[in-house]
Design a protein around this ligand. Structure first.
Ligand code: ADE
Ligand code: ZN
Length: 334
């Protein structure tokens, strides 16, 4: 089954590019850019990755991002991630970036987006990996800051398919950004939002109603609201679930307690994603393996998770059809 999972064609829909910063690259960029970090080696950085909850992770994650200064740094970060995609047979990826994490430190929006998109272009050309970019607003910051960021994004509309919402969920509900998302929708962006990761099921309802999202990022706490689960099944709302992240951030105690298999078997459009793989100990294949080992998914169910991701992606109907047949063909002939 290890080889089946490794070679299964995959689509990633929940990946923070800043969360792919491996300790080795962090260490290298800190030196290259003369940024001081409180670690003497990549091993020491790795040892510091013990988290109690979402906030304890975010504190370390925002600190780590401070080594990213030049366009080349964003390029290197993205290119390293794409090489991991190639290893895991990820054929399409939709990547989040958090401009405010960088613009608040004086890095130009343009520097960030140019570095990321030039690597994505090369990834499409040389590795055959297609991609889309999703701008996330940091929900712990003010509505006015998100509106400013949206303004900065307008000249790059052709490079950004959607806007999203991430960072500290508790205390920062979807309604805080209803007007920002309304404007983003008016400007032609699609919308997604992190909801029901650490926050209550009500945040999932509000993201659907107030932010008009096409997908819910995480969404695993939907199980606390049976009527909401029924609605998610009926409407086939995609959930971008991140299994290893959920264990590292203690959303579930162990993988055996994770609800992804139950949600899949009930007919929800769940998908598997890696979130912040450099911090949570695994990329796409590792996430599929961990879920398979703990919850005994069949080959058919693993392929279904991949097909769900294709159907939930922001690519053309023709590209979806091609990818779906590729996955079933792989499953049928393995
Ligand atoms: N930013 C990066 N990873 C995140 C997560 N899992 N939840 C919220 N914000 C994030
Ligand atoms: Zn996330």
């Amino acid at each position: 089954m290890d080889r089946f999972i490794e070679q299964l064609p995959k689509v990633e829909l929940h990946l923070h590019i800043e969360g792919t910063l491996e300790p080795e690259l962090m260490f290298k960029l800190a030196k290259r850019n003369n940024v001081s970090i409180p670690f003497d080696s990549p091993e020491q950085i790795r040892q510091a990755y013990q988290f109690e909850n979402l906030q304890s992770f975010l504190d370390i994650y925002y600190q780590g991002a401070e080594v990213l200064i030049e366009e080349q740094d964003f390029y290197d970060l993205t290119w390293e991630y794409l090489l991991r995609c190639q290893q895991d047979n990820v054929i399409h990826t939709e990547i989040f970036f958090d401009p405010q994490t960088h613009t608040d430190r004086g890095i130009a929006f343009e520097t960030v987006i140019n570095g990321i998109t030039s690597a994505l272009k090369q990834g499409e050309k040389e590795l055959g990996i297609s991609s889309q970019l999703i701008l996330c607003f940091l929900r712990h910051l003010e509505e006015s800051a998100a509106l400013e960021t949206l303004e900065q994004a307008l000249p790059y509309k052709d490079k950004i398919i959607a806007v999203g919402l991430d960072s500290s969920e508790q205390g920062h509900p979807p309604e805080k950004f209803a007007r920002v998302f309304e404007k983003a929708l008016d400007e032609g962006f699609l919308t997604v939002a992190h909801a029901g990761e650490e926050g209550p099921a009500q945040n999932i309802r509000d993201a659907l109603e107030l932010l008009q999202v096409s997908r819910i990022d995480h969404g695993v706490r939907c199980s606390e609201d049976p009527l909401l689960v029924e609605r998610l099944i009926q409407e086939q709302t995609p959930l971008t679930v991140c299994p290893l992240s959920n264990i590292k951030l203690r959303v579930f105690d162990t993988m055996a307690d994770h609800n992804i298999a139950e949600l899949l078997r009930r007919g929800l459009a769940v998908t598997i994603n890696s979130d912040d793989p450099a911090y949570f100990g695994g990329y796409m294949t590792d996430n599929f393996q961990a879920v398979h080992q703990a919850l005994s998914l069949t080959k058919q169910e693993l392929a279904q998770l991949s097909v769900n991701a294709v159907n939930a992606s922001f690519i053309s109907p023709q590209a979806k059809e091609d990818m779906v047949s590729k996955i079933w063909h792989y499953q049928d002939n393995y």
